[in-house]
Design a protein around this ligand. Structure first.
Ligand code: NAI
Length: 333
């Protein structure tokens, strides 16, 4: 399998590549050809990482290529992890950020369209991830739309971890958490369909164990703003947890999620109109991977509390879509 990582010289790249090459992305039986894409000023860092990758003597790592050339990076790619992006600089307006990233993700989408393997799967990590994925997808008309996804698995994992701590239960005993909408502060972490395993063997509904005040004043804002909390405490943005979530996302996409009640996860995928999210938007949903493709979990209860929060995050996604369309960053359909 050929796996391309963009922004490979950055901090997520450094946290991601070793675990990926050790087999945590695709499993222990799949040799990997790695392509590391960087901009010219990031090449030296990527080369340094590649030296260390060699020194790990990973049995599964068949080759490592470092390049700043899009065609070389995406030729024959099976899994594309689009991590590199333009961070918001001081004084940068939102439109400037969207424009700068549009100029990155449009050409990357076009290069994937031109050269990727027919089974290519794309995960956008670089922010604003949902809209960057939308831009890349619009430049790849020959690739099925459902192969473009954006990462909200970190938000999902954060939500599960917060519940685990609050309820004093192991993370593995919690099911049915969902992240809806944008990977931004407007996202909605939803526990209304979540359950927790009891020692007796049954399950209890999480909503019966937490009060609304905890949800609105603690849980939802803390999950949504966890990235800022990490920056404040660590002095740098999440890297190892973001890398771990990217591995989880692709691993589950390729190998499948559980089929039992509540055994879904969260990912930003192209909306088919489910739950009133406009078709074509790349929005986070509760999803399962079945036969190698993400499917949106149907039939979940969405009450007024959840509806208003999902709608607010989707409204932000629509505004981002309109802004990049106005900047001419979406290829004509
Ligand atoms: P970083 O700044 O350490 O590394 C980014 C790397 O991307 C740099 O080495 C840079 O040279 C490279 N790069 C920039 N433009 C590029 C291009 N056009 N092609 C190839 N490489 C390019 O940043 P870090 O911490 O690794 O984060 C990367 C992105 O991931 C950021 O946008 C960050 O906001 C986002 N992120 C997303 C999360 C999510 O849950 N979706 C979670 C955490 C971070």
């Amino acid at each position: 399998m050929t796996v391309t990582v963009t922004g490979a010289g950055g901090q997520i790249g450094y946290a991601l590549l070793f675990r990926l090459a050790s087999g945590q992305l695709l499993g222990p039986n799949t040799p990997i050809n790695l392509r590391l894409l960087e901009i010219p000023q990031g090449l030296a860092a990527a080369e340094g990482t590649a030296l260390e990758l060699a020194d790990c003597a990973f049995p599964l790592l068949a080759s490592t290529t470092i390049t700043d050339d899009l065609t070389r990076a995406f030729d024959g790619v099976n899994v594309a992890l689009l991590v590199g992006s333009r961070p918001r600089a001081a004084g940068m307006e939102r439109a400037d950020l969207l424009a700068a990233n549009g100029r990155i993700f449009g050409p990357q989408g076009a290069a994937i369209n031109a050269g990727a393997a027919s089974d290519v799967r794309v995960l956008v990590v670089g922010n604003p991830a949902n809209t960057n994925a939308l831009i890349a997808r619009s430049h790849a008309p020959d690739v099925p739309a459902d192969r473009f996804t954006a990462m909200t698995r970190l938000d999902h994992n954060r939500a599960v971890a917060q519940l685990s701590e609050h309820l004093a239960v192991p993370v593995g005993d919690i099911d049915g958490v969902s992240i809806w909408g944008n990977h931004s502060a407007s996202q909605y972490p939803d526990v209304f369909n979540a359950t927790v395993r009891l020692e007796s063997g049954g399950r209890r509904v999480v909503r019966d164990l937490v009060d609304e005040r905890w949800l609105t004043e603690h849980f939802i804002p803390r999950v949504a703003q966890r990235g800022s909390e990490i920056i404040a405490v660590r002095g740098a943005s999440s890297a190892a947890s973001a890398a771990g979530a990217a591995l989880d996302h692709v691993h589950d996409w390729v190998n499948g999620t559980g089929t039992g009640p509540g055994e879904w996860t969260s990912a930003a995928v192209v909306s088919d109109g489910s739950y009133g999210v406009p078709e074509g938007l790349i929005s986070s949903f509760p999803v399962r991977s079945v036969a190698g493709a993400w499917t949106i979990e149907q039939g979940l209860t969405v009450g007024d509390f959840s509806r208003s929060r999902i709608d607010a995050s989707v409204a932000e996604l629509l505004a981002e879509r309109d802004a990049v369309a106005a900047l001419g960053l979406l290829a004509a359909e």
